[in-house]
Design a binder for this molecule. Structure first.
Ligand code: S3P
Length: 436
């Protein structure tokens, strides 16, 4: 296991283009594989998670030529043209397992087993298996609703309306993808909107989406004949930029610029929360990339932050950034709470337990709540040791915390960052923090 020691940094400055968007790269690889044309994906994310998706689509007969570190071309096999290998390894990637299931239930052919690593094997899959089965799919989980998943192709699917009790882009996407193959209309309603990358990419590929402005429901009318995904240029990932944004709010002098970042409105809730806490963040929007709003984020250090309450309806728009709110909260005056975030318990780790344990390990006064956490800010972070718990976002949280701490932070299991941001330590060093 790799251990990182992250030392305090006096100041951070510079411009960084963080790695490309994970959600968009997964989707481009998967939709490319079922497109009627070969799709070139430029600047995809090169990481363990997206490599798993490239391997899986290749194991289903869609060649992936090129390198994730530059550009890849996926040979589109058409909507019903995949020939899946009987055993597919999703490694740590929940997005891969959930979204690809929506595609596999529409393929002809024999049984496929989707499995993953120890962390993925603990993540809930009944949330996709149940609605897909209601549509007629043959998809089964292990007892307890976890992987491995078994999918039998060739089932006749029928469209229906699904009401999600918890907002989830992965569940919504799996259902909409299955809806491409289903007879009639397939609709999804969410309590609060989650990221809509799948919807944007389907529309770009020529699939008309159904929308109910009253309820916010989104749907597709199937079965569709095919899709023609144009080439995709992947912008930088806001969730990766967020680590530098928070580091910058505490140490940037004069400023840290995060260039070419995806600014999908359902992803950037952290910016609102940071501003509410008194952070100096500006957004410089440029031309859209891949049908997604994009631009630069500029952050400058501020001397004082205020505590805030993150409300349940804000959670989907910043689901992956909530650990960073815990870190900012240590520097804010007052008690910060995050509520309505029980979903954190079923991410790559139980992120309520692991974030609170990490913050405490670094000398922060943090408490677990059933559906979130609270932090009593003191304006400082003493430092100490924390465990990444196999979770990429925890590993990076610890590295950022070290920079803004008094005595440094030791991060155990730092290699977890390979999942989404393999060069994280080098990028932090570019801005003036830590060793490369
Ligand atoms: C993702 C959606 C989010 C997020 C995950 C990636 C996606 O999960 O936490 O890291 O690419 O659709 P849910 O919206 O399903 O909770």
């Amino acid at each position: 296991m790799a251990t990182l020691r992250s030392d305090p940094a006096a100041r951070l400055a510079g411009t960084l283009r963080v790695p490309s968007d994970k959600s968009i790269t997964h989707r481009a690889l998967m939709l490319g594989a079922i497109s009627d044309r070969d799709v070139t994906i430029t600047t995809p994310l090169d990481s363990a998670d997206t490599a798993a998706t490239a391997h899986v689509v290749a194991a289903c007969g869609a060649d992936v030529d090129g390198l994730l570190s530059g550009a890849v071309t996926v040979s589109g096999r058409g909507l019903r043209g995949l020939r899946p290998h009987p055993a597919l390894d999703c490694v740590n990637a929940g997005t891969l397992m959930r979204l690809f299931s929506g595609i596999l239930v529409g393929q002809e052919g024999p049984q496929v087993i989707l499995d993953g690593d120890a962390s993925l094997r603990q993540r809930p899959m009944a949330r996709i298996a149940r609605p897909l089965r209601e549509m007629g799919a043959q998809i089964f989980t292990a007892p307890g609703g976890t992987p491995p998943l078994v999918i039998m192709g060739g089932a006749r699917l029928t469209g229906m309306h699904h009401e999600l009790t918890v907002a989830s882009a992965q569940v919504k996407s799996a259902i909409l993808l299955a809806g491409l193959y289903a007879e009639g209309e397939t609709w999804v309603t969410e309590p609060t909107p989650s990221r809509d990358h799948t919807e944007r990419m389907l529309e770009a590929a020529g699939v008309p989406l159904l929308r109910d402005p009253g309820t916010g429901a989104v749907g597709v009318r199937g079965p569709v004949e095919g899709l023609s995904l144009p080439d995709v240029v992947v912008p930088a990932d806001f969730s990766s930029a967020a680590f530098h944004l928070v580091a910058g709010a505490l140490r940037a002098d004069p400023e840290v610029v995060l260039a070419g970042v995806n600014l999908n409105p359902a992803r950037i809730g952290l910016v609102d929360v940071m501003r509410r806490m008194g952070a100096d963040v500006s957004v410089d929007e440029a031309l859209p990339v891949a049908g997604e709003p994009c631009g630069d984020l500029v952050v400058r250090r501020v001397e004082a932050l205020r505590a805030t309450d993150v409300a349940p309806e804000e959670v989907p728009g910043m689901i992956d950034e909530l650990p960073l709110v815990g870190l900012l909260a240590a520097f804010a005056s007052g008690v910060t709470t995050v509520r309505g975030a029980a979903e954190l318990r079923v991410k790559e780790s139980d992120r309520i337990t692991t974030v609170v344990a990490a913050l405490r390990g670094m000398g922060v006064d943090a408490e677990e709540l059933d559906d979130g956490f609270s932090v009593r800010g003191t304006g400082r972070l003493p430092g100490g040791a924390m465990a990444a718990a196999g979770d990429h976002r925890l590993a990076m949280l610890g590295a950022v915390a070290g920079l803004v701490s008094e005595d440094g932070v030791v991060v155990e299991g730092f290699e977890a960052c390979e999942v989404s941001y393999p060069r994280f330590a080098r990028d932090l060093a570019t801005l003036g923090g830590g060793r490369a």
